[in-house]
Design a protein around this ligand. Structure first.
Ligand SMILES: Nc1ncnc2c1ncn2[C@@H]1O[C@H](COP(=O)(O)OP(=O)(O)OP(=O)(O)O)[C@@H](O)[C@H]1O
Length: 308
């Protein structure tokens, strides 16, 4: 048995006449791992996921899911994976339990309705019609449908986009439970806090290619450092080499709104920075610090923000 849940090599998807949505993407997701595909709008995440889900044929490349292939083993594979699409439209007039029962009937084996409804905490809504559910409840029901066949691998495409903070946290709990049961998860998201919290490893995708891969902590420390200091000051007030020479500073970037320093020793870098600016009589119009995030990794690698 393959110890990989997903393996793809040289994946390409072109849309005529000239869109290259996926541009030679390689990926390995281990069994039992929650793996995140991160990237800005249009990076190629959904296209990649739909190919891996067997819903879209690639233009080129090789895909293996749970050691099997969609071309040869589609019927068998369908019963082993669970899919939650970016948008799910379920029959408006069916109740929560009717929807779950319907999906349960598609699988040869699986969980009971009660168990699945409990997993996504929709017990109180089991007799409520689909069109009466909130956005978060609808999304949890979609995840319940993906879980009802006890999938070995769960695909979640932007499961929390558009949800309020409480609904997002409820969905995170569901995904954490799925992970605890040893199932594999492939998750796409724009939310870096979501990826840092849920994913064992992430791949950052940009323009159809993987541009960075690792655990969230590894990537942040390797690419960015520990902390980010951002400040605004007149462009002629201080120079890039001067900033780079300050103690504790690892990298310097000048953005549209001001400077961003990545630092590994904030307690040294910050006083030295303030001292330097003060000595020059440079007025600061804004100053903030934050722990480096995956968003900073993306900015450091591409010079762009994830959500421009
Ligand atoms: N059916 C299609 N025909 C033509 N172009 C397409 C089609 N589907 C996607 N694309 C293009 O392929 C690129 C990748 O799109 P994709 O939806 O995979 O990105 P994404 O990373 O999932 O973005 P988002 O986060 O906005 O969902 C985009 O430029 C998109 O416009």
């Amino acid at each position: 048995m393959s110890d990989l849940a997903i393996r793809c090599r040289g994946l390409v998807k072109r849309y005529p006449p000239d869109v290259v949505a996926v541009d030679g993407l390689d990926l390995e997701v281990r069994r039992g791992e929650c793996f995140g595909l991160l990237g800005p709008n249009g990076a190629g995440k959904t296209t990649t996921v739909e190919i891996l889900e067997g819903l879209l044929p690639p233009t080129a490349g090789d895909v293996e899911i749970l050691g099997a292939r969609w071309e040869r083993d589609a019927a068998h594979l369908r019963a082993r994976v669970g899919i939650t699409l970016q948008e799910t439209h379920l029959p408006e007039r069916l109740t929560v339990e009717e929807v779950v029962r319907l999906f349960r009937s598609f699988y040869p084996r699986g969980r009971s309705e009660d168990e699945v409804i409990g997993l996504v905490s929709l017990e109180e809504k089991r007799r409520a019609r689909y069109d009466r559910l909130s956005g978060g409840q609808k999304q949890r029901l979609a995840v319940a449908c993906a879980l009802v066949g006890e999938p070995e691998l769960l695909f979640l495409d932007e499961p929390t986009t558009g949800l309020d903070p409480q609904s997002r946290r409820q969905l995170w709990d569901v995904v954490s439970d799925v992970k605890r049961q040893g199932r594999s998860v492939l998750l796409t998201t724009h939310y870096m806090d979501e990826a840092e919290r849920l994913c064992d490893r992430v791949a950052i995708v940009d323009r159809g290619k993987v541009i960075a891969l690792g655990t969230p902590r590894e990537l942040i420390q390797r690419v960015v450092g520990h902390e980010v200091v951002e400040f605004e000051a007149p462009a002629d007030g201080v120079s890039e080499p001067e900033l780079r020479a300050l103690p504790g500073v690892q990298a310097v970037r000048r953005g549209a709104a001001g400077w961003a320093l990545t630092v590994d020793r904030l307690h040294l870098a910050l006083p030295a920075l303030l001292d330097r600016l003060d000595g020059r009589g440079v007025a600061l119009s804004a100053l903030s610090t934050h722990r480096a995030t995956l968003e900073d990794v993306f900015v450091a690698l591409t010079g762009r923000r994830l959500r421009d």
